[in-house]
Ligand binder design. Structure first.
Ligand code: B4P
Length: 182
């Protein structure tokens, strides 16, 4: 069974939904940069104040800020982990690579959750979070295709990528993910 896993995919593909299930069933530390950033916003910290406006526009929070959040949590633990929504661009992927080399914990698997744009928009509108209105969602999809999609080739070239069809019920998708995690 793979112990150090990344979830990659467009906004609304169900990374958070599936990561929570897999982390619970496989006893992995679940790190969602989106959740961690929303917690900082809710707490009104300096970091949260910096992130809030950026997230409301559907853009990416600064790489150094996100890396600081991840570093603090990954360096504390020796067990397996599941990174959900990080990295989101090539600079973050390089920073993560350096961090994982430093702590001797290489990635074992990258799961790509693949879904078409219209279903993504439908799911996010139904979720209705503060950053889930149609204009912001469309911007997040553009940001995804410009900045995050290049990670697919990056991790494929490293032989780490498995693509999973993210359509159907939460259970059906979870079964497909379990099959690639082993
Ligand atoms: P995230 O919190 O990562 O959220 P997301 O990509 O929008 O959603 P996810 O794919 O997790 O979908 P979910 O399971 O909720 O990012 C939010 C923002 O934070 C970003 O825009 C950015 O500003 C910032 N951020 C985060 N990480 C960052 C980073 N590394 N660098 C810089 N900025 C960063 O599912 C969506 C909906 O679909 C839910 O309502 C769910 O119930 C539903 N759903 C799930 N599976 C379904 C299924 N099978 N069928 C029907 N509905 C389903």
């Amino acid at each position: 069974m793979k112990q150090r896993i990344l979830f990659l995919g467009p906004p609304g593909a169900g990374k958070g939904t599936q990561a929570e299930r897999l982390a619970a069933s496989h006893n992995l530390l679940h790190l969602s940069t989106g959740e961690l950033l929303r917690a900082e916003v809710a707490a009104g910290s300096a970091l949260g104040q910096e992130a809030e406006a950026v997230m409301a526009r559907g853009e990416l929070v600064s790489d150094t800020l996100v890396l600081a959040i991840v570093r603090a949590r990954l360096t504390c633990c020796n067990g397996g982990w599941l990174l959900d929504g990080f990295p989101r661009n090539l600079a973050q992927a390089d920073l993560l690579q350096q961090l994982l080399e430093e702590i001797g914990q290489p990635i074992e698997l990258v799961v790509l959750l693949a879904l078409d744009d219209e279903t993504l928009v439908e799911r996010l509108l139904a979720r209705g979070r503060a950053d889930d209105n149609e204009a912001v969602i469309r911007n997040r999809l553009v940001v995804y295709s410009d900045q995050t999609e290049p990670l697919i080739a990056y991790y494929r070239a490293k032989g780490l990528l498995s693509s999973v069809e993210a359509t159907g019920t939460v259970e059906a998708i979870a079964e497909r993910i379990s099959a690639v995690v082993g």
